[in-house]
Structure formats: structure tokens, C-alpha cells
Design a protein around this ligand. Structure first.
Ligand code: ADP
Ligand code: MG
Length: 234
């Protein structure tokens, strides 16, 4: 019998700011090489949770395991070296470098020509490979940044609202290419665009006031009465 071991595992993870509880008792497994999505209204605690996974924020209590390693108290650098890459909500690229140069600078190990081509084609930037980053439109900057995270050849890719400010077509293209990462890398994506989440067909967890109120397939989430009340029905 094959046993599936969770790659990224959260147990009773909480985070307070003073007396305010931003994240309370989140327990969730993000399966290896799966697409996972975290949704929830503004202020639900999504970014706080992602910040704890990548080590930018310490957990107040609870544990985070990556395989056998407890990463709950590790520095961001150390977590990145374990293979957890993260794209922030606001794009940050090297503006004066070309797309390809941005990938090379981000890469933890030198990229082969094949690896580079694969990343370029994954994030739809093959034709823009020599374009200076500052000249890319906003949507392509978001893709460039996802490509930079992929250049680290991570085991886990964390994305905070990658479709912020994207057009409908760009949003659809983003869910299409993220789906191609299934089976290659564990993806955890924060999102509030419902059309995008529906397209993604990911394992979805709903946060509300810092607590998980539902988790499962998008269909499970969509038909959950509590989720409809607090989020989808708004
Ligand atoms: P989301 O990403 O779901 O919109 P956040 O995780 O950014 O939500 O924030 C969750 C809650 O925690 C919000 O009420 C926010 O104001 C609060 N919060 C986040 N970061 C801090 C901080 N550094 N200090 C105080 N409160 C914070
Ligand atoms: Mg956020």
C-alpha cells in the first residue's frame, strides 16, 4: 500500500498581534505536488498565514512541518534554502535587467538552457525573453516574478494574490499555467477572484476571521452553507 506523506503540514498554527488574533488554530495539509488555494475576505489572515510558512513571521503557537523538518521557528533564508519559494503580493523584479537575466539572478543553481526555456514557456514569456523588466506591462511583471520563484527550482511555490491587477484574459492564462505545475511542485496560492479559483480546480481552504471554515474541492467549498453566508454570498 502506498502512503501519501504530506509535504507541508500545519498544526494548530496561530498568530497574534498584541491581543488581536490574526490566525487561530489552522490545521491543514498541503499535499506534495498538489495545487492548493487559500481564499477568504480581506483581513481573513491569508497573508499572515503565508508569511508564517515562509518564515517572514514567527508563529505564536502551533507547528509547521515540511517533510520531517519542523520549520515553524526557522529564518526565512533557511526555509528558502529548503525549497520553499515565495512571490509577494506586490511585484518586485530587477527593473533594468532582461527577463532572462532576472531568472538567472534568482536561480539558486545555474539554469541549463532547457530549464530556462521551460520556465519561459511556463509563464508565457518566451517572446519577451530579452525584454527589459521595466518595459513589461503589469501582468507580465507578475508572471516574471512567478518565473523568478520557479528559477529557484523550489519544492513549494507560495503565491500571494498573483492575479492582482490582471485582466480577465491574463487571469485565465495564469490559472492555465499554474495547472501545468501540478505533479512538479507544491503550489499554495492566495486568491480572492472566484472565477480564477474555479478555473484552478485546486484543493481549497477558506479562511474567515483567521479560522478555517471549510476545506476541500472548489465544488465542496462552493456548496458549503457557511462559506456562502460569509463569503461567496456577499
Ligand atoms: P489577508 O491577507 O487575508 O487580507 P492579513 O493576513 O494581511 O489578511 O491580515 C489579517 C489581519 O491581521 C488584519 O486584520 C490585519 O490588519 C492584521 N495584521 C496583519 N499584519 C499585522 C501586523 N504586522 N500588525 C498588526 N496587525 C496585523
Ligand atoms: Mg493579503
Amino acid at each position: 500500500m502506498t502512503v501519501t506523506i504530506p509535504l507541508l503540514s500545519l498544526r494548530n498554527v496561530s498568530r497574534s498581534f498584541g491581543t488581536f488574533k490574526a490566525v487561530t488554530d489552522v490545521s491543514e495539509d498541503f499535499g506534495p505536488e498538489e495545487l492548493n488555494c487559500i481564499i477568504g475576505p480581506n483581513g481573513a489572515g491569508k497573508s499572515t498565514l503565508l508569511n508564517m510558512i515562509c518564515g517572514t513571521l514567527a508563529v505564536s503557537s502551533g507547528s509547521i512541518h515540511f517533510g520531517d523538518e519542523s520549520i515553524g521557528g526557522m529564518s526565512g533564508d533557511k526555509i528558502a534554502r529548503l525549497g520553499i519559494a515565495r512571490k509577494f503580493q506586490v511585484p518586485s523584479v530587477f527593473p533594468s535587467l532582461s527577463v532572462v537575466e532576472n531568472f538567472h539572478v534568482s536561480a539558486s543553481n545555474a539554469l541549463s538552457a532547457n530549464e530556462l526555456d521551460e520556465i519561459l514557456s511556463t509563464v508565457n514569456l518566451s517572446v519577451d525573453r530579452d525584454t527589459t523588466a521595466s518595459e513589461l506591462p503589469h501582468g507580465k511583471k507578475q508572471w516574471l516574478e512567478i518565473g523568478m520563484a520557479l528559477s529557484m527550482q523550489p519544492k513549494v511555490l507560495l503565491l500571494d494574490e498573483p492575479t492582482a491587477g490582471l485582466s480577465v484574459d491574463e487571469t485565465r492564462a495564469t490559472s492555465e499555467f499554474l495547472r501545468t505545475l501540478r505533479g512538479k511542485v507544491t503550489v499554495v496560492v492566495i486568491e480572492h477572484d472566484m472565477a480564477f479559483v474555479r478555473d484552478l480546480k485546486a484543493h481549497t481552504m477558506v479562511l474567515h476571521h483567521g479560522k478555517v471554515i471549510a476545506s476541500g474541492s472548489f465544488e465542496d467549498i462552493e456548496n458549503n452553507d457557511l462559506v456562502r453566508d460569509v463569503y461567496l454570498g456577499r
